[in-house]
Ligand binder design. Sequence first.
Ligand code: SF4
Length: 371
Amino acid sequence: MSVTLSDATKEMTVRERVAELGQRILDGGKISRNDALELANIESNTDIMDLLAWANRIREHFKGNKIHLCSIVNAKAGACSENCSFCAQSAAYQTESPRYGFVDPEPVSEAMSEAKDNGVTAVGLVAAWRGLKEGPMLDEVCDRIREMKENGKSRPDASLGLIESQAVADRLKDSGLSCYGHNLESSRRFFPEHCTTHTFEDRLKTIQFLKNAGIKICSGGIIGMGEDRVDRVDLAMELREIDANVVPINILNPIEGTPLENQEPLPPMEILKTIAVFRFILPRKEIMIAGGRTVNLRDMQSMVFTAGASALMVGNYLTTLNQPVEKDLQMLRDLGLDPDWDNDFADQTTGGGCGSRCGCEEKPADTAATA
Ligand code: SF4
């Protein structure tokens, strides 16, 4: 016999309550923060499996059986001025992470070719530094994005840290960038516990400049840093508020030398439940499983799709090793899922209001302006 969830639903079993919330989403509704907290606090494996089944149904309803694949190329590694407690690339910690300056065009071009061969839709140019200001480095970054765009093999994305002026975001847009990765990392409450060199507000401002420029937003966070379930729900609610198009979920892989090196890992069922709660909160969005899946989920990796994930970061993720891309592609085939070869935010498939899979609410006529 399942336990009841709340006073408001005391006659309902957990199974009935999950079904009620799941059906509400399929009918076009949304769940509240309190609803999401009820789901996040489900404890029994039987009830969690029920939750996953509904998350899977919601994913299928809004995203079909297509799985969006992304990869990244580390354009500048290590020696970052910021002190994010999970990060091997911070200069504040002694880690084995490589350090090098901004890369030449060749490695980026190679990464694009490899991505194309593996059916990866987008390649993100990622740099470990505080952020981008106007100046020679911005010129170089824009050149690299332009080259990636002209190369035409994969969609160029970027994750280049904080942006503190509209002019910088506009320059990125003009160079051909369509999507920028900038995680909120955790809840507003928990963020200052893992980073003190910049604020949650700085991150929100960056996202606002990018949105003003017409750039799509890839923003999620990292779980397993010692935050609680309320923090995870609050992160997802914040991502709903900023209307992120793609929502990467990273799972902490504790790196020796960082303050989180001895952090207890989250149990796999807690990770899968978190993904499912994100799917309930963000039913139309591209929920992407990024760093830390191999080390944390091991043989349960394929269950991320049952839990509601619709996108996968493939290849190695900064300082975290994923399983080989061929194995990921085989996993998708075995599950009857298709890599989404054509996802470029303008493709007409299932999902968001514009007809693309980006999860936005735009009408089709608006799509051309931002594609
Ligand atoms: S997460 Fe980004 S900003 Fe934070 S230390 Fe690492 S590279 Fe720097």
